[in-house]
Design a protein around this ligand. Structure first.
Ligand code: HAM
Length: 438
């Protein structure tokens, strides 16, 4: 028999998987709302041009792209950032600043599949537009931490590595490199953790070997893990740009400390992020044990709105992926077992009783209670068994005798006590049961 399987790397969500996904999305939404972010969405299919040279070579190579029936070059979105820049750019003058937006959406990248990496995944994206200073980074890093901590994860489970592409630029400039070479070195730094010395191969092929003295300083710089070490290294160089940048660092770290979040954040110049558009602070969240791939990544991208045809508008944001995050929650035993349980199960006599019950069933549902009942006529005993197994707290019995008397029998399925309730009072009785605590 021929079977049709889903495409490799694409996920199917059976109800229990969907319930987990909902749980994650619900808490992310809740956190975003407490930080005052507004939700938006946008098309899944976009012009290919939107990603070409804007997202960077790696993402470009991973695009699901094709020519549509109208001859347009299109791609499934691999990320939200270029799209949100277009949305904001188109209405920038009408939007109240700072613009704080978030979305939860699905993305597509033709990647090699690994643990926590698929070809189709969801991201929570949050971005702030119109705020050039580290106040925006403060807000976003605080929200990133809260998005993970709201599930019960602590600083022992994850941390945020904070770095700065500006600082790298100013530092390499001070070491005498021009812009193409600086970009080449940053590419190597991005790959260094994974490939070690091999990471410089691309640079050497393009520009010849990196000067030994410069390389030593690059390797030392990417090991920097504290503000003090950073100040020490840069102190000997000085200069206006570097001094101003250090003041931004102090402000950002001071703000996060004041929020009580310093324990989640580590200075780590080894992070530079692969995406082409980042311009300033960049950050990534990882599990502390270092077993999983990145949980989240983001940074400042002050030029992208303008590059995509909008006004000059500073921007910074991040995205959390749902796959690595779900793995971490499971590893830590923080993924709840989520099953849909009815509040009330109705046990029905024959066709007449079923009809009589339907009015109450609908009224209870309209009042917000989860109500279930058997689709077919079944023996009472079997129905009570189903009621007990369903996890419902109450069974309502609609037998011929009860209907004739104008009542319903309410059985507490926890202690098995029973009482009769007038038909007109069923919704009130169920409400009392749940508000008084059963
Ligand atoms: P990114 O680092 O490419 O950044 O992705 C952010 C997160 O999405 C990753 O840390 C990871 O958890 C998840 N992710 C990425 N690719 C995959 C995949 N193939 N399978 C599963 N999860 C994946 C961005 O996308 C930026 N646009 C974030 C951003 C928003 N920057 C500014 N604003």
């Amino acid at each position: 028999m021929a079977t049709f399987q889903s495409l490799p790397g694409f996920r199917e969500f059976y109800p229990e998987d969907f319930a987990r996904r909902n749980h994650i999305f619900r808490l992310w939404r809740q956190t975003a709302s407490t930080f005052g972010f507004a939700e938006y969405d946008a098309p899944v299919l976009e012009p290919l041009e939107l990603y070409k040279a804007k997202s960077g070579d790696e993402i470009e190579a991973q695009l699901f792209s094709f020519t549509d029936k109208g001859g347009r070059e299109v791609a499934l979105r691999p990320e939200m950032t270029p799209t949100v820049c277009r949305l904001v750019g188109a209405k920038a003058s009408a939007l109240k600043r700072p613009i704080k937006w978030f979305s939860i959406a699905e993305f597509y990248r033709y990647e090699r599949m690994q643990k926590g990496r698929g070809r189709c995944f969801s991201q929570f994206n949050a971005d702030i537009f119109g705020e050039p200073g580290p106040e925006a980074e403060t807000e976003l890093i605080a929200m990133l931490v809260q998005c993970l901590a709201s599930f019960g994860l602590t600083e022992q489970d994850f941390y945020v590595r904070l770095s700065d592409r500006n600082l790298w630029f100013y530092y390499l400039e001070a070491l005498g490199l021009d812009e193409p070479r600086i970009r080449g070195v940053l590419g190597a730094v991005d790959r260094f953790e994974k490939y070690g010395e091999e990471a410089f191969k691309g640079y050497t092929e393009q520009f010849g070997p990196l000067d030994d003295g410069v390389k030593l300083r690059v390797l030392a710089f990417l090991q920097i893990k504290s503000l003090a070490a950073l100040e020490h290294t840069l102190g000997s160089i000085g200069g206006e740009k570097l001094t101003a940048r250090l003041a931004d660092w102090k402000k950002l770290l001071g703000n996060l400390d004041a929020m009580g979040l310093a324990r989640f954040v580590e200075v780590d110049l080894g992070v530079v992020r692969g995406l082409a558009y980042y311009t300033g602070f960049v950050f990534e969240a990882f599990d502390r044990k270092g077993e999983l791939r990145a949980l989240a990544g983001g940074g400042r991208y002050d030029d992208l709105v303008q590059k995509l045809g909008g006004p000059a508008l500073p921007a910074v944001g991040f995205a959390i992926g749902d796959m690595t995050f779900a793995l971490l929650l499971e590893q830590r035993g923080l993924m709840p077992t989520l099953v849909q349980v009815p509040d009330v199960y109705c046990v029905l006599g024959g066709a007449a009783e079923r009809h009589a019950a339907f009015r109450d069933i609908h009224a209870l549902r309209a009042a917000g209670y989860r109500v279930d009942y058997p689709m077919k006529d079944i023996a009472f005993g079997k129905q009570f068994k189903t009621a007990a197994e369903s996890g419902a707290k109450i069974a309502l019995l609609y037998g011929g005798e009860e209907i004739a008397k104008g009542v319903v029998k309410l059985r507490d399925l926890t202690d098995r006590s029973e009482r009769e309730v007038p038909r007109a009072d069923v919704v009130a009785a169920v409400r009392d049961f749940f508000t008084v605590g059963g």
